[in-house]
Design a protein around this ligand. Structure first.
Ligand SMILES: Nc1nc2c(ncn2[C@@H]2O[C@H](COP(=O)(O)OP(=O)(O)O)[C@@H](O)[C@H]2O)c(=O)[nH]1
Ligand SMILES: [Mg+2]
Length: 357
């Protein structure tokens, strides 16, 4: 299942501009879902592997981005539920925060204030969750009164969450215990989703930089990431070749494109890492959570591998490079390891799974 990052932010913050810039080279879903795009994650190691293994195909790991349509004040129930369902599916929010001046596209609230904007959007998420919590309280009260232990525990938690939300704090800041996590498993909250802040700045603007500092501060308080993107510049850049892009960005002191930096913090925030498979058919990158054991990592490739897991033959990308990109040498030097079901896959592992079903 692909990971879904949803772009959120107040109106006129540059969501669509940034979405277009980020996804200019990737494929879009069918026309009804022009606002969803699958982004291949650039990984130089793949080209390297494909060359050495004469792979017919290169398949990078991907991330899906969705640019939510703006909801008008008079939106129909169907429109609202359509957007809500996309929001609920998200694994992560990329919150675009307006830090740019543009007299032709004024801020709907008449002034620039990133923290106000963040709080306003958070309020929407908090309000929706408060609604869910209240509904759940209503539904479990009776059962809890009749002595049902699980219902009692749920009710107790919901009452705590209600107080938390009423103090206008998003659930992502609530410290859930393991037990509490179990209790809310099947509930769909919005304000508990991880958030990354993207300041949308004008290049060469002191004011933009100042406003972005506020966003950075806020991100730090929440123990998350803030990156800056020159939305308009990147949108214009998306027409250029990679080399031209690099040159342009470096003239603004940025080494990597907004997309590259965004992918990096997304991986960090979601605790993700990559392992690799290589062969004549295909060289491919796979995304897993850090700490994933070999059978479950194999399960990403095919459920049979997890079910019938025997062992994994593995060496690191670095070792392979040190051995002149020659698997034979890797073996000769004893750097190819045979690992069992308790092995935790590491970043850049090149894996061959053995299984039997
Ligand atoms: N000056 C400037 N204008 C921008 C920037 N990003 C977006 N805009 C403009 O702001 C307006 C709103 O952008 P849009 O992407 O549609 O915002 P959305 O409502 O959040 O999707 C458009 O006129 C954009 O051209 C930026 O970085 N700098
Ligand atoms: Mg838009």
């Amino acid at each position: 299942m692909a990971l879904l990052a949803s772009i959120i932010g107040v109106s006129q913050s540059g969501k669509t501009t940034i979405f277009k810039a980020l996804t200019s080279t990737s494929e879009k879903k069918e026309s009804k879902h022009q606002n969803i795009s699958t982004i291949p994650i650039p990984d130089d190691r793949l080209n390297d592997l494909a060359k050495a293994f004469s792979s017919k195909k290169i398949t990078p790991a991907t991330l899906e981005f969705v640019d939510l349509p703006a909801l008008k004040k008079d939106a129909t129930a169907e429109e609202i539920s359509d957007v809500l369902s996309q929001v609920k599916k998200a694994d992560l929010f990329v919150h675009i925060v307006r830090c740019f001046e543009n007299e032709f596209a004024p801020h709907p609230d008449g002034s620039l204030d990133p923290i106000r904007d963040i709080n306003n959007l958070d309020f929407e998420l908090i309000f929706a969750d408060l609604n869910s919590v209240e509904k759940r309280i209503e539904r479990t009260s009776k059962l809890a009164k009749s002595g049902d232990e699980k219902a009692k525990a749920v009710l107790n938690l919901m009452q705590k969450l209600k107080i938390f939300l009423e103090s206008e704090k998003p659930l992502r800041l609530y410290q859930f215990t393991e037990e509490e996590k179990q209790l809310i498993m099947e509930m769909e909250f919005l304000s508990d989703k991880p958030v990354i802040y993207v300041g949308n700045l004008n290049e060469d603007s002191e004011k933009s930089l100042k406003l972005f500092e506020e966003v950075e501060k806020k991100a730090k308080e929440e123990n998350t990431f803030a990156i800056k993107i020159f939305g308009k510049v990147e949108a214009e850049l998306s027409e250029l070749s990679d080399d031209e892009k690099k040159e342009f960005l470096s003239s603004y002191g940025l080494e990597k494109s907004g997309l590259e930096r965004l992918l990096k913090v997304t991986f960090d925030k979601l605790d993700l890492m990559t392992f690799l498979t290589a062969g004549e058919k295909e060289s491919r990158a796979w995304t897993i959570k850090k700490g994933t054991k070999a059978p479950q990592a194999g399960g990403k490739i095919h459920s049979d591998i997890e079910r019938g897991f025997i062992r994994v033959e593995v060496y690191s990308y670095e070792d392979w490079v040190k051995c002149d990109r020659d698997e034979k040498k890797v073996k000769e030097k004893g750097l190819l390891r045979v690992e069992g079901r308790n092995y935790t896959i590491r970043e850049g592992d090149i894996c061959l799974f053995r299984f039997n079903v």
